[in-house]
Design a protein around this ligand. Structure first.
Ligand code: GCB
Length: 637
């Protein structure tokens, strides 16, 4: 496997393999070898970076706010990159041929911003800022055994990042929520390395997401930055999952980088007495299919995980992995072969107490801890990939997850580059989280308007998700329409529903559509036997605002809406879960109502002050009853 970062988002892109070339033959044999395990080849970033020897480049970075993109574009608006001898930008070096020694920037005296973190919450003047910020961090090369290789890993940068090391450009990454890496072996100095990143969060029509969203466009190096150190031949990626339909066996692959053909690869699960061996093929991939005798299955009630160790060519990496199956049968969702009802809640990657991107494991614990307190066994991570800590904490706490890419509202369906971008984000997400037992659903988008172009676009994403990961379910949050002859008759009729495993839709009866009392009259037509998840419902309430149940934005109105919505949804025969909108209030520039919203979407069950609203307890009581029902059914079996 060549030493390139993930293909779709980094420039320069690798050309596709030409038929008949050595690379095409290699790829073909790789695909054939792994077909047995149902897994397809791709080139991911180094898996499980948190378990690797690394220098954390988190902390204070020097920053230059650059609203006119002066560091990137010269005064004719030509990118410095485009020059024959690219300097990488004004903030790296004086432009060549500069007639003067004048330098109008100084990172050493420039203000600092914390990484990981968004810039909006760190400085009042950056709250609404959309544009470029330059980040610089210096570091000395850490000691490393001879022959080792180094990679710069970025958990995410929103939205576009240009990365320069010691004045040379390493590349660009597009997409605000997925990891990317650059190999820097041989490019590090012993002392005083200068890592400069241009991060630009301008919204763009052809982007994913596009210009219009109902969440804050937090910019910056929002996730961990690591300098990874790995042996010359190392384990780039691995996946170990329970084989669908066969509770007794595990399958997966290990992808090596830089290893000789026929290198021996071992997967050990000491607690289960498993030590499986396989040989890497010419492309560095070793496929596995082995018995898992006596493995306790992972579930929300018992989130059992095992220490899985992978070793090859002197490299070793490991982590705790849970084993479970997820499938559908008729209208049921089956977890480990048993029907499950998904008691969920939606979540943004935001800490309401800070009004900032949630960045740490601690913040993942805070948010998912609240979901547990609500009685959830399921969380919808809306509307983009959340940071890597979240699914790991969910694995540990026993929460099932829906993970999503920001194909939101009105994407440029006809633009092949937009499709490539969305597909790249989906691939990165799947490859990052494919060992997480918690993740059971990949969602390819939210509330996208029905059209042939859009269904073709999303159909391609669904096909790709299935190709990369045949062990999980695929869905998307769809929309509902009212019968023109009877507005109380709600119809879910979306060609996408034919392509997904689960039919999910958002509905706002009682908030955007009519009043909570309407719930008693509303009927639902969901013309498919597939399981249904209500991916959103809800309404705004300002925590602490008390009035009667007819007063919008009061806690009582929201609680009443929940009380009336729950029995209404219960009349959908295929209902197998829900993720109401939303656990916490979140910042949104679309919400200006003074004194109530003040730039926050107030549909949270927990306010931006961290206090629970009345509706929290309504849903909690409903979920406790559902949980008791499920426990009684399990006892009766
Ligand atoms: C929706 C969107 C979600 C919004 C929510 C709302 O349908 O999917 O992103 O925040 O409604 O509050 O309007």
């Amino acid at each position: 496997m060549p030493h390139v970062p993930h293909p779709a988002r980094l420039t320069p892109r690798r050309p596709p393999a030409r038929p008949g070339t050595a690379r095409a033959r290699l790829l073909a044999s790789l695909l054939a070898a792994c077909a047995a395990a149902g897994l397809r080849a791709t080139e991911p970033v180094i898996a499980n970076p948190l378990a690797r020897t690394a220098l954390a480049l988190d902390g204070a970075w020097r920053t230059i706010v650059d609203p006119y993109d002066n560091g990137y574009l010269d005064y004719r608006l030509e990118p410095y990159d485009a020059r024959e001898n690219p300097t990488g930008g004004y903030f790296l070096d004086r432009p060549p041929g500069s007639p003067s020694d004048l330098v109008e920037y100084n990172f050493d005296t420039a203000p600092e911003l914390a990484v990981p973190g968004d810039w909006n919450s760190q400085s009042e003047r950056l709250l609404y800022y959309e544009g470029t910020v330059w980040y610089r961090r210096t570091f000395d090369r850490p000691a490393s055994p001879p022959g080792h290789r180094q990679f710069l890993h970025f958990g995410a940068a929103n939205y576009e990042a240009e990365v320069y090391l010691n004045g040379r450009k390493l590349g660009r990454h597009i997409g605000g929520f997925t990891p990317f890496q650059f190999e820097v072996t041989g490019r590090l100095r012993d002392r005083g390395n200068s890592l400069v990143v241009r991060v630009n969060n301008q919204r763009r029509p052809e982007g994913v997401p596009t210009v219009n969203t109902d969440w804050w466009n937090y910019g910056g190096l929002t996730r961990d930055v690591l300098l990874l150190d790995v042996p010359r031949a190392f384990i780039r990626d691995y996946v170990v999952q329970l084989k669908p339909g066969d509770g007794g066996r595990a399958c997966g692959y290990v992808q090596l980088d830089g290893a000789a053909p026929a290198t021996r690869v071992t997967i050990e699960i000491a607690e289960l007495g498993v030590s499986a061996e396989s040989q890497a093929d010419a492309a560095g991939r070793a496929c596995f299919d082995f018995a898992l005798p006596g493995a306790a299955l992972w579930s929300p009630e018992d989130p059992r995980r095992y220490d899985v160790r992978v070793s090859a060519a002197g490299d070793r990496v490991g982590e705790r992995i849970g084993f479970r199956t997820i499938a559908t049968r008729g209208s049921d969702i089956l977890l480990n072969g048993r029907p499950v009802f998904l008691r969920g809640i939606s979540l943004h990657e935001e800490n309401p107490l800070r009004g900032a991107r949630a960045v740490s494991e601690g913040e993942a614990r805070l948010l998912l801890g609240w979901a547990k307190e609500l009685g959830c066994n399921f969380v919808r991570l809306a509307h983009y990939p959340h940071n890597e800590h979240v699914a790991r904490v969910a694995d540990e706490l026993g929460l099932l997850l829906w993970e999503e890419i920001p194909v939101y509202w009105t994407i440029h369906w006809g633009d092949p580059a937009t499709l490539d971008n969305a597909r790249g984000q989906l691939e990165s997400l799947i490859l990052r989280d494919h060992n997480r037992a918690s993740v059971v659903i990949w969602s390819v988008g939210n509330e996208t308007p029905v059209s042939a172009e859009r269904t073709a676009f999303m159909g391609r994403l669904i096909a790709r998700a299935r190709e990369l990961d045949p062990t999980r379910l695929v869905s998307a949050a769809m929309e509902v329409r009212a019968d023109p002859a009877n507005p109380d008759r709600k119809i879910v009729e979306d060609p996408l529903a034919a392509l997904t495993d689960v039919v999910s839709f958002n509905e706002y009866v009682g908030w955007y559509v009519g009043l909570p009392d309407d719930c008693a009259r509303v009927t639902w037509v969901v013309d498919t036997p597939k399981p249904v998840i209500i991916s959103e419902f809800g309404g705004d309430a300002l925590q602490g605002l008390h009035a009667d149940a007819r007063t919008r934005f009061s806690e009582e109105f929201q609680a009443d809406l929940y009380r009336k919505t729950l029995p209404m949804l219960g009349r959908i025969p295929q209902l197998r879960g829900m993720s109401p909108w939303i656990l916490c209030d979140f910042r949104s520039p679309r919400r200006p109502l003074a004194g109530i919203q003040d730039g926050w979407n107030r549909k949270g069950l927990i306010g931006s002050n961290g206090k629970r609203k009345e509706a929290f307890f309504v849903l909690q009581a409903f979920y406790r009853a559902k949980e008791a029902e499920a426990a009684a059914a399990a006892r009766a079996r």
